[in-house]
Design a protein around this ligand. Structure first.
Ligand code: ADP
Ligand code: MG
Length: 618
């Protein structure tokens, strides 16, 4: 008797082990079967699920079908029609290619194929029996292929025990179904779960498909991103900042129509969103990259999820640029509508974004140019206005005519002079009204209606960009304090201020250090309100520590955000008209006037149409 310890595994055991790589859960089967149907050129694909795929996964398609020989062959190991020689592997254009999915799935389930080609009169049914023998039947079946996978892992109980709850497994299935459906809008997909139709995605454009997979108004929340380069083409949509997601699951990257994951591409997109994102926020995106298959390696893992790019750096840089351009090209102003729901309750919607070129200045509050802005009437002008009004209305009009119906006052035609003054004022469009609401919001007339600006975040944006510029330039101008402020800090704060000294100097603080944790503020940046120097510096230090230690921003970003937040005017600060106009001018001179450094909206618009609707004018 031989005492060799090494034995070649019987094929059925080897298959089951190999199957573990391809088939981890019902979702993996769904993915492989759907991809095969797509590779077979199907225009209609049904996925039928029972008990979260644990009792049945069936995919029916109207694709090419298989002849009898292929139907038998396709469940053999390494049986594939998609590559013939090694060179083909370098340029994969199909979703499958390893030829191991069906053999793996068949080895761990009760497996059956019904298939019939268009050109054939009769089709084939192949069933894998529990003893792994094959049963073959000839018969008339629908054109295309139907593969049913019953009782997955019935013969590998350990694996079956590893499956999660039905809800979890079903969620995985739906995620994959949706990803594949998104990447093939030209294909009609249906999902049946325990006999109910859950999804029915009709054939259409990518845009149609996005709306059916997500929500009817999803496109309103997205910005298009598109670029064709020599190296690759990218096309798709990115989320407006309002659609930032805390979970990482909402990034859809398709490489040559295959769903893939790439840390590099994710990072490129995050980088492009820059300060619109807080740490922990992830932008939503659906991006399709088309790239010569020879320049990528998708063969890294059997699930074919990970990709490697040959030209990683170039691709990274181009993606950053494309996303930045999309974000910059679109006016990110949420426009507000108020719509009653079925119960008559009014709901405010902010998500219908107005798309406008960033450099379209027509729809912004008028600037503060003083020459064409009229504040007061001279005495003689006032006399002129009132000269045509009957005496009994003049002077005591406010008291004695209170009860008079208002239309009577205007019955008499206005005198010529009065008309002229009113008209000339109207022609000076720039006298657009501007008011401050509750010392918090600035309301201003714009061409299309009303613009509302949150004064704090607007100022925050202005200061944020200013600080960032100061870092790049030489040291900033510091406003010397007449009475330097001496502060005794606790050792922790003292050290932070010391660490930050060079940065603080760059942005305009003039701080001296003394022993025993004492600092003296001798000068501050011009934006800091006098009387608040000490308080604001301390707030900046506290906020910096949070940004740097907890949110893990870098020093400059931490300080810029802390400074802009703490030095900005607050809700509650009263502004005069000149200050408001200056704020608006400066805001629209920033790179991104619509989103504050923390991602909150700065501006919303309400259109005249919305007003007209509300007043029943339409
Ligand atoms: P791969 O997709 O990597 O080639 P699979 O094991 O998934 O390997 O499939 C093996 C072969 O079976 C495929 O190459 C294809 O020829 C055939 N096949 C599988 N599913 C279908 C289908 N739905 N319609 C037509 N042919 C199919
Ligand atoms: Mg396959």
């Amino acid at each position: 008797m031989s005492d060799n310890r090494i034995k070649i595994l019987p094929e059925n055991i080897a298959n089951k082990i190999a199957a573990g790589e391809v088939v981890q859960r019902p979702e993996s089967v769904v993915k492989e079967l759907l991809e095969n149907s797509i590779d077979a050129g199907s225009s209609e694909i049904d996925l039928i699920i029972k008990k979260a795929g644990k009792s049945l996964i069936q995919v029916c398609d109207n694709g090419s079908g298989m002849n009898e020989d292929d139907a038998i062959l396709c469940i053999q190991k390494h049986a594939t029609s998609k590559i013939k020689e090694y060179e083909d592997l370098e340029a994969i254009s199909t979703l499958g290619f390893r030829g191991e999915a069906l053999s793996s799935i068949a080895s761990v389930s009760q497996f059956e194929i019904k298939t019939e080609r268009k050109e054939d009169e009769i089709g084939t049914l192949i069933r894998v029996e529990d003893d792994e023998s094959l049963t073959k039947l000839k018969g008339s079946y629908p054109k295309g292929t139907s593969i049913s996978v019953k009782n997955l892992f019935y013969n590998t109980p350990a694996r079956r025990n590893f499956l999660k709850t039905d809800a979890t497994e079903l969620k995985h299935i739906i995620d994959t179904f949706n990803k594949i459906a998104l990447s093939h809008p030209e294909t009609h997909f249906r999902l049946f779960n325990d006999n109910d139709v859950v999804f029915d995605y009709k054939t259409g454009t990518l845009e149609n498909r996005i709306n059916s997979v997500f929500a009817d108004n999803m496109l309103d929340a997205l910005l298009p991103a598109k670029e064709n380069t020599d190296l690759f083409n990218v096309n798709g949509y990115i989320g407006k900042p309002s659609l930032l997601k805390k979970n990482k699951g909402e990034q859809y990257l398709f490489l040559n129509k295959r769903y893939v994951q790439s840390k590099q591409i994710n990072h490129a997109v995050f980088t492009a969103y820059e300060n619109i994102l807080e740490k922990g926020d992830y932008p939503f995106f659906i991006l399709f990259i088309e790239l010569d298959p020879r320049r990528i390696d998708i063969n890294v893992h059997p699930s074919k999820l990970e990709v490697r790019f040959e030209d990683e750096k170039d691709i990274y840089n181009i993606i950053v640029a494309v996303i930045k351009r999309s974000l910059g090209m679109h006016d990110l102003v949420p426009s507000m509508t108020i719509t009653p729901n079925e119960r008559g309750e009014e709901k405010i919607f902010f998500n219908s974004y107005v798309k406008a070129e960033k450099n379209d200045f027509s729809d912004r509050p008028k600037s503060s140019s003083p020459s064409n802005y009229k504040k007061e009437y001279s005495d003689s002008e006032i006399d002129q206005i009132f000269s045509g009004i009957p005496d009994d209305l003049k002077g005591n009009a406010s008291l004695s005519n209170m009860d008079m119906p208002i239309e009577n006052i205007f019955e008499k035609p206005l005198p010529k002079t009065q008309e002229r003054i009113f008209q000339s004022n109207q022609n000076e469009e720039t006298s657009a009204f501007i008011i401050q609401l509750h010392n918090k919001y600035i309301l201003s007339q714009i061409k299309t209606g009303l613009m509302i600006i949150d004064q704090h975040v607007a100022h925050e944006r202005i200061l944020y960009e200013k600080i960032k510029k100061k870092y790049e330039g030489s040291s900033a101008f510091s406003q010397n304090l007449l009475f330097p402020i001496t502060l005794e800090l606790d050792p922790g704060k003292f050290n932070v201020v010391k660490e930050l000294h060079s940065y603080l100097t760059k942005i305009g603080f003039d701080i001296k250090f003394f022993s025993k944790n004492t600092v003296v503020i001798e000068g501050v940046p011009e934006d800091i309100k006098s009387g608040h120097e000490e308080k604001i510096l301390m707030e900046i230090v506290d906020e910096y520590v949070i940004n740097f230690r907890e949110k893990k921003l870098d020093e400059i970003e931490s300080l810029a955000k802390a400074y802009s937040c703490k030095a900005a005017i607050k809700a509650g600060d009263s502004l005069n008209e000149k200050e408001m106009r200056l704020l608006i001018d400066q805001l629209f001179a920033t790179e991104n006037p619509y989103v504050c450094p923390h991602g909150r909206p700065i501006v919303i618009k309400i259109s005249l149409d919305e007003f007209d609707r509300r007043f029943g004018r339409t």
